[in-house]
Design a protein around this ligand. Structure first.
Ligand SMILES: Cc1ncc(Cn2c(C)c(CCOP(=O)(O)OP(=O)(O)O)sc2=O)c(N)n1
Ligand SMILES: [Ca+2]
Length: 526
């Protein structure tokens, strides 16, 4: 009769999950014993890096990513990354090694006491099987639960003495299970939605990360051109759902109630697709909608629909809904919106570049299908103004703003998308939360270009301090970090680019390399 270990690896292989992102302890060794030749283990030196790499991999592949952490301590280190994975609906299957069953109750060393409670509320489901025979079924439930809408991370704690136990006669029935989700609205629901869109005088479209996750970007372009309306990206954008050089593109909505409402003025129908309504951030109270405006929301996440403070919603798969909706929409006679004007030129400082000039240089030299993993919080708006993104899966930003995402996620995305060039654009503050990711980049020769924008400060917090009238907070500056030295210490080649010419040279070098390159750019604060 096969062991729990054998059935588990059969299940993972059959479900196409042959990469394990992990950091091991003694509890995990029996799972890693006899690690199969056709599997790949990607080690991260901190569990925040492990979960961040897995998050990038899952988001960019659209497939569940498997994580193996060490008991409670490893799970705790991953919680920051889990805030992002939860809000980006990332299908992570997180496993944690547990002490031997007979040693949990006495709370011996490495016992993960009340394990399923630990990752809540940042997982869809968490479980510790009541007996070894239930481990393969529990892992099958984890894979399908993570993948079914609304997608999200799940957690299974597994005692280390389960792996060599017999799995039971029917254990292998779970190995080949396939579960599909339909989620197409009914003809009546589509007609009602189409009637509102066709009847609107001056509609506006707001697109969210789910449009990109479901690869519905092209359908969103068709919708925009059919209705000839302005297209905004939903606030706190963690993905890019619409081509940024399209004439309908208007930018990213500000993440504040009054700021959003100001942009909705004059529109009688706001159509939100694939985003929560809304991911506010800065506290700037105001009316949720301008007078005379109605809002209709299409989302695959019933929770997002239920918690919105206004509007009507249709819960269904956004790709299937847009595809089924288009034939019901009339061609609008409105003028197509005019493309946004090119942004003004920016001045560099002495030995420091303006972020705008970094991004213009990037836009000029990067491949047209480059993938950007962004985590420099004060330069988000400038980035969206200056960098062209044309294809699905071109942009990733931490969905909960939990820093330490950028460097690991850039590596995970590059592992998932080897045929496209990944460029990480990370602030000096953010980089320090996951700097050990550079070791994994070097060890696995992951050919991402990693740009560190070094303005010596927590730039976004300086902006918040001004907004919140806090002019004397300590702890907002991070001077004196030499990222080139840190990179070389972890085995990654590095270049200092303190002029546009030096940046162009370093970028061209990095884009041609088959291994990672870190580029440190001293920048002006925004
Ligand atoms: C894990 C974690 N810790 C602290 C913060 C708070 N925080 C911090 C510390 C920011 C500064 C980021 O600095 P940076 O250098 O990465 O980028 P900018 O200088 O462009 O803002 S933005 C922000 O929300 C956070 N979001 N996540
Ligand atoms: Ca900074």
């Amino acid at each position: 009769m096969p062991s729990v270990h054998a059935v588990t690896y059969s299940l993972l292989r059959r479900q196409g999950i042959t990469t394990v992102f992990g950091n091991p302890g003694s509890n995990e060794l029996p799972f890693l014993k006899g690690f199969p030749e056709d599997f790949r283990y990607v080690l991260g030196l901190h569990e925040g890096v492990v979960a961040g790499m897995a998050d990038g991999y899952a988001l960019a592949s659209g497939r569940p990513a498997f994580v193996n952490l060490h008991a409670a301590a490893g799970t705790g280190n991953a919680m920051g990354a889990l805030t992002n994975a939860w809000y980006s609906h990332s299908p992570l299957v997180i496993t944690a090694g547990q002490q031997a069953r007979s040693m949990i109750g006495v709370e011996s060393m490495l016992a993960n006491v009340e394990a399923p409670q630990l990752p809540k509320p940042l997982v869809k489901w968490s479980y510790e099987p009541a007996c070894p025979e239930d481990v393969p079924r529990a892992l099958s439930q984890a894979i399908h639960s993570a993948s079914l809408p609304p997608r999200g991370p799940v957690y299974v704690s597994i005692p280390h003495d389960d792996w060599d136990r017999e799995a039971g006669d029917d254990a292998e029935l779970v190995v080949a299970r396939e579960i599909e989700h339909a989620g197409v609205p009914s003809p009546t629901q589509l007609e009602r939605l189409a009637e509102r869109l066709n009847g609107a005088e001056n509609p506006l479209l707001v697109l969210g990360p789910e449009v990109d996750a479901r690869q519905a970007n092209g359908l969103a372009v068709e919708l925009a051109e059919r209705l000839r309306l302005p297209v905004w990206v939903a606030p706190s954008a963690s993905r890019c759902p619409f081509p940024t050089r399209h004439p309908c593109f208007r930018g990213v909505l500000p993440a504040a109630i009054s700021g959003i409402t100001a942009h909705l003025e004059g529109h009688d129908l706001v159509v939100v697709v694939g985003a929560p309504v809304f991911r506010y951030h800065k506290y700037a109270p105001g009316r949720y909608l301008p007078a005379g405006a109605q809002l209709v929301h299409v989302t695959g996440d019933a929770g997002e629909a239920a918690r919105a403070p206004m509007g009507d919603a249709l819960v269904g798969d956004v790709h299937a809904t847009l595809e089924a909706l288009l034939p019901h929409l009339e061609q609008s006679e409105r003028e197509l919106p005019a493309a946004l004007p090119a942004p003004a030129a920016a001045e560099d400082g002495e030995g420091r570049l303006a972020p705008a000039n970094v991004f213009d240089t990037l836009d000029a030299l990067a491949p047209e299908d480059a993938i950007y993993v962004k985590e420099s919080t004060s330069t988000v708006e400038i980035f969206w103004e200056r960098v062209a993104m044309r294809h699905p899966g071109s942009y990733y930003f931490p969905a909960a703003g939990g820093l330490g995402f950028g460097l690991p996620a850039a590596l995970g995305v590059q592992l998932a998308q080897p045929q496209r060039q990944v460029i990480g654009v990370v602030g000096d503050g953010s980089a320090s939360y996951a700097i050990t990711a550079l070791w994994s980049a070097a060890q696995y020769r992951i050919p991402a270009v990693l740009i560190i924008l070094n303005n010596g400060t927590y730039g976004a917090l300086r902006g918040f301090a001004r907004h919140m009238a806090v002019d004397d907070a300590p702890g907002l500056d991070v001077p004196g970090i030499d990222f080139c030295a840190l990179a070389q210490g972890y085995g990654v080649e590095a270049r200092l680019a303190d002029s546009r010419e030096a940046l162009a040279r370093a970028l061209q070098e990095g884009l041609a390399m088959d291994r990672p390159l870190l580029i440190e750019v001293p920048t002006l604060p925004t």
